[in-house]
Design a protein around this ligand. Structure first.
Ligand code: HC0
Ligand code: SF4
Length: 570
C-alpha cells in the first residue's frame, strides 16, 4: 500500500494506482476529458493536471501513479490556471456553436469550461475542413473534434477496425478516416461506438427525425412504429428517470401523444426470428454442411457488415433469417396491411433502435420484400426519439403507462432479452429444445450464456444431442473468435455475435453517459422483464402462433422465405 496526501486528505491505496483513481477513492473528483478507463489513458487533453509538492511541472492524473508520501493538490491556483489555459486552447480549435450541437447539455467540454469560469476564448485559430458525406448514417464534424483520440482507441482496441487515424499536421491536425479513405469506402461496421465514446459532438448519427415528423403530419400516411428491446432499458436516462419508472409503456404513451397510429414491439418479430432461425439451425445441425456450419446469428447489421468486409468467405454461415427489425417491417407492410385492409403503400414504417447500423440495414436494396418500397422507411436511434419527446414538449415525468397496440405488440420474455449479449442464443435454445422434444425446458435452463463477458462458451444437451455454443460481443472479440475458428482451435455449433460490447443494450444509438459503460445495468432490466413476462418462450407468443396459422403457415414456408429471409450477398 502507498500512503499519500491529496488536498489535505490522507489516502492509502495499492501501489500502481493512478493519481486519478486515488483521488476518486478519497471522494475528490478530478476533471477529465480524453480519459476513458482502460481504453484511453494518454493524458492528451491535460485537463486532469495536478500539482505534486516538490515537482515544478504539473502532471496528468490519469496516467501517473501515486508514490509514497506524495503531497498532491488537485485544484491549487497553479492547477486551475493551467487547466483553464489548456481548456481555452482546446476551445480555440473547437466549433463552439453549442445551441446547434447534438451534445448540447450533455457535453463534458461544455461543463468543464463552465466550471472553470471560461466566458471568453482568448485564442482564435479556427480552421475549416472539407465537408463530410451527410447521407451516411455516421457523421463527423471536424470542427468539433478535440483530438482526444477516444474514437481512434475504441475503434482500434475494442472493435479492431482501425477506421480512424490522426490526419494532417500543425493547426490542421484532426482525426479522419484512416488511409486517406472516404468513410463510404472504409470497412466501418456502423456500430456507433465512436459516437457513444466521443466526449463532445464531433461524431453523431444522421438525424432522421424530420422525416418522421413529416410522416406524422401527413394525413395520408399510416404510421406504424416498432420499439426495439434495448430501447426500453435506456430511453429514460437523459431525462434523469429511474429505470423502474422509465418503462416501455411510458414510452408507448409518449409516442401515442406524438401521433403514431400503431405502436408495436420488436419483441414480436424477435419471437418470429426465433421460430425461423431456430428451425433453420436444427436443419443445419442435421447436415453440418461445411460451408454453412457452424451457424452464425444474423440479426446484428454491424456484425453482418463486419463479416462481409472482413471474412466474406464465411457469409454463407450466417443464418438467412432477417433481423427482427426487418422481419417486422416486412410483416407490417404485408400481414398487418392485410389485417387493416389498407394499401401497404400508405404505411410509413418507423423503428426505434439503439443502433446506427440499423439505419443502413433498412436502406439495403434487398429489404423491400413486401413490395411497397422499403419495408422499414426510417430508423430512429434512442437518442433521436428522446429528442422528439423534447421537441414535442412532452414531460416524461408525467406520463402514464399505456399498452402497445395488438397484435404485433405482443412479445415474450425470450424476445426482450435479444437486447442483451447472449439473449438471442438463449431465446433460440429455449425454442429449439421445444421444437426437438415438444416439451418446454426450464426457461432458465440456458442461462449460462448470460453476462457481460465479451466471449462466452457453453455446452448443453439438446435432448441427447450435445451442443456447443459461443456468444461474443464487440468486434475485437469477434475477430479473435473467428481467427480461432478458422485455425481450428475452437469448434462450435451455433455462434451469436453482436457488434457492440454488451450487445444492443450498449448500442451505438443509445443515450450517452460520458465515461460510463451501462450495457450491464440495461441488460439487468431486460432480464428482469423476461423473468416477469407471462410468456417466456417465443413459440408460445399467441400473436406469432396466429400469424403462422393465418398467414405464414409454418417456419421456413415459402411465404416465410419470401418475407423473412434474405440472401446476405444480394
Ligand atoms: Fe437489437 Fe434486435 S436485439 S439487433 O440489438 O435480433 O438494434 O434492442 O432491435 O432487429 O429484436 C438493435 C436491440 C433489435 C433486431 C431485436 C435482434
Ligand atoms: Fe446495432 Fe445491436 Fe449490432 Fe450494436 S449490437 S450494431 S446496437 S444491432
Amino acid at each position: 500500500m502507498v500512503k499519500l496526501t491529496i488536498d489535505n486528505r490522507t489516502v492509502e491505496v495499492p501501489e500502481g494506482t493512478t493519481i486519478l483513481e486515488a483521488a476518486k477513492t478519497a471522494g475528490i473528483p478530478v476533471p477529465t476529458l480524453c480519459y476513458l478507463k482502460d481504453i484511453n489513458e494518454i493524458g492528451a487533453c491535460r485537463v486532469c493536471v495536478v500539482e505534486i509538492e516538490g515537482i515544478t511541472r504539473l502532471v496528468t492524473a490519469c496516467n501517473n501513479c501515486v508514490g509514497e508520501g506524495m503531497v498532491i493538490h488537485t485544484n491549487s491556483p497553479k492547477v486551475r490556471e493551467t487547466r483553464k489555459t489548456n481548456v481555452e486552447l482546446i476551445l480555440s480549435q473547437h466549433d463552439c456553436s453549442c445551441p446547434s450541437c447534438a451534445r448540447s447539455g450533455n457535453c463534458n467540454l461544455q461543463k468543464i469550461a463552465n466550471d472553470l469560469g471560461i466566458l471568453e476564448i482568448p485564442y482564435d485559430k479556427k480552421v475549416s475542413f472539407t465537408k463530410w458525406e451527410k447521407q451516411f448514417p455516421l457523421i463527423r464534424n471536424y470542427e468539433k473534434c478535440i483530438k482526444c483520440m477516444r474514437c481512434i482507441q475504441v475503434c482500434d482496441t475494442v472493435q479492431s477496425l482501425n477506421i480512424w487515424d490522426i490526419a494532417n499536421t500543425g493547426s490542421r491536425t484532426t482525426v479522419d478516416v484512416s488511409k486517406n479513405r472516404k468513410i463510404t469506402e472504409a470497412d466501418c461496421a456502423l456500430c456507433g461506438q465512436c459516437i457513444t465514446h466521443c466526449p463532445v459532438g464531433a461524431l453523431r448519427e444522421r438525424d432522421d427525425t424530420e422525416k418522421v415528423f413529416s410522416a406524422l403530419a401527413d394525413p395520408d400516411k399510416i404510421t406504424v412504429v416498432q420499439i426495439a428491446p434495448a430501447v426500453r432499458a435506456a430511453w429514460g436516462e437523459p431525462f434523469g428517470l429511474e429505470r423502474e419508472f422509465a418503462t416501455v409503456k411510458r414510452l408507448v404513451s409518449a409516442m401515442r401523444r406524438m401521433g403514431f397510429n400503431y405502436i408495436f414491439d420488436t419483441n414480436f418479430s424477435a419471437d418470429l426470428t426465433i421460430m425461423e432461425e431456430g428451425s433453420e439451425f436444427l436443419k443445419r445441425l442435421g447436415n453440418k454442411d461445411k460451408e454453412t456450419f457452424p451457424m452464425f446469428t444474423s440479426c446484428c447489421p454491424g456484425w453482418v457488415r463486419f463479416l462481409k468486409s472482413q471474412y466474406p468467405d464465411m457469409v454463407p454461415q450466417l443464418s438467412t433469417a432477417k433481423s427482427p427489425q426487418q422481419m417486422f417491417g416486412a410483416m407490417a407492410k404485408s400481414y398487418y396491411a392485410d389485417l387493416l385492409g389498407v394499401d401497404p403503400e400508405n404505411i410509413f414504417s418507423v423503428s426505434v433502435m439503439p443502433c446506427l447500423a440499423k439505419k443502413h440495414e433498412c436502406d439495403l436494396p434487398n429489404m423491400n420484400d413486401a413490395g411497397a418500397g422499403q419495408d422499414v422507411d426510417v430508423v430512429l436511434t434512442t437518442r433521436e426519439i428522446d429528442r422528439m419527446i423534447r421537441a414535442e414538449h412532452i414531460v416524461p415525468q408525467e406520463l402514464e403507462e399505456e399498452e402497445f397496440d395488438t397484435p404485433l405488440g405482443v412479445g415474450s420474455g425470450a424476445g426482450v432479452i435479444f437486447g442483451a449479449t447472449g439473449g438471442v442464443m438463449e431465446a433460440a435454445l429455449r425454442s429449439a429444445y421445444y421444437l426437438v422434444t415438444k416439451t418446454n425446458p426450464d426457461p432458465d435452463a440456458f442461462k449460462d450464456v448470460r453476462g457481460m463477458d465479451g466471449w462466452k462458451e457453453a455446452s448443453f444437451d439438446l435432448a441427447g444431442t450435445p451442443l456447443k455454443v459461443a456468444v461474443v460481443s464487440g468486434l475485437g472479440n469477434t475477430r479473435r473468435l473467428i481467427k480461432a475458428l478458422r485455425k481450428g482451435k475452437v469448434s462450435y455449433d451455433f455462434v451469436e455475435v453482436m457488434a457492440c460490447p454488451g450487445g444492443c443494450s450498449g448500442g451505438g444509438g443509445q443515450p450517452i453517459n460520458d465515461g460510463q459503460e451501462l450495457a450491464g445495468d440495461r441488460a439487468d432490466v431486460l432480464y428482469g422483464l423476461d423473468k416477469i413476462n407471462e410468456i417466456r418462450f417465443s413459440h408460445e407468443n399467441p400473436s406469432v402462433q396466429k400469424c403462422y396459422e393465418c398467414y405464414l403457415q409454418r417456419p421456413l414456408s415459402h411465404r416465410s422465405h419470401e418475407l423473412l429471409h434474405t440472401d446476405h450477398n444480394a
